[in-house]
Design a protein. Structure first.
Length: 301
């Protein structure tokens, strides 16, 4: 019987196309899709948790920095504001804006006029947000002389989180590709013996595909083989005649020749009395006797 060729796996996207076209989801596609869905869901949950932790830590750092900067700047600008030293206020704010974490700084009067500012003025939408915007009144002897507003550049705080999320995204893609490869391999390891068994059932023969596996598929293959394939008769034992002639090699021809040579050298010993009774001369001297016409009754012969 010709063993059926192993079933070659298709491309993952071709499997999806055939599944949508035939409305039949193969086993390998189910394993791969469930594995990808599980890993993707785990990575999304992990990214969400890490993002929330990063955002909380970033907000805490921004709040600590904003409160520290606004307290120090308000303390330094109090005397300058009371003395109406606008030039010194601008120098103070320019030095503050050199900090890469500070986007904009401004001092407002009591009637909300800008007395001094430095940095890029944020848009109204950014001003309307409480994130990154810190303000405090400037008081002198418990009298409000103005107001200080500082806007932090939140992109600088978000940059480490963005880099971490990008690295996590690349790692997730690698993990998804590895998951897809391993799940496809596992699916082929399960589905290929089943497809081979389906072809094997058309003409069962020994052995069945997958009979050597130590799992459920191997148990199924062995059970089908025991029921569908008849047991082969045991071959009859063949008798080997070579040992009977093996002893002949122990007697080489040289020993046989030497044995016959010893027999030829031996001279037979003959008794002298026998030779004397049968001397050829006596037989020739005696005349021949005629054949008797009748046998006497007392003749023993």
């Amino acid at each position: 019987m010709n063993r059926p060729a192993p079933v070659k796996p298709d491309n993952f996207f071709l499997l999806i196309f055939h599944a949508l076209r035939q409305r039949r989801v193969p086993l390998i596609l189910r394993i791969a899709s469930h594995s990808l869905l599980l890993v993707a869901l785990a990575m999304l949950i992990y990214a969400w948790v890490m993002g929330m932790q990063f955002k909380q830590a970033m907000q805490q750092q921004a709040d600590a920095l904003g409160q520290s900067l606004i307290t120090q700047t308000a303390s330094s600008a109090t005397e300058l504001l009371v003395s109406n030293d606008i030039l010194s206020l601008n120098v103070l704010l320019n030095n503050l804006a050199k900090n890469p974490l500070v986007a904009h700084a401004a001092i407002y009067s009591v009637d909300n006029r800008i007395l001094a500012e430095a940095g890029a003025r944020p848009t109204r939408s950014v001003l309307g947000e409480s994130e990154g915007l810190y303000s405090t009144p400037i008081t002198f002897q418990e009298v409000i002389a103005g107001q200080l507003r500082i806007s932090l550049d939140m992109r600088q705080f978000q940059q480490p989180m963005t880099i971490s999320l990008q690295s996590m995204g690349i790692l997730s893609l690698i993990l998804l590709a590895l998951t897809l490869s391993l799940s496809m391999r596992l699916g082929r390891h399960i589905s290929t013996p089943l497809l081979q068994l389906r072809l094997w059932l058309r003409d069962p023969d020994d052995p069945a595909p997958g009979a050597g596996r130590n799992d459920e598929i191997g148990d199924l293959a062995r059970q089908l083989q025991s029921r569908l394939v008849p047991e082969k008769p045991e071959p009859e034992p063949e008798f080997d005649d070579e040992p009977a002639f093996a002893d002949s090699d122990a007697y080489p021809d040289e020993q046989d020749d030497s044995a016959f040579a010893e027999l030829d050298d031996e001279v037979p010993v003959v008794d002298e009395r026998v030779l004397a009774e049968h001397e050829p001369g006596d037989d020739r001297d005696q005349p021949l006797k005629p054949w008797p016409e009748s046998i006497a009754p007392d003749d023993p012969f």
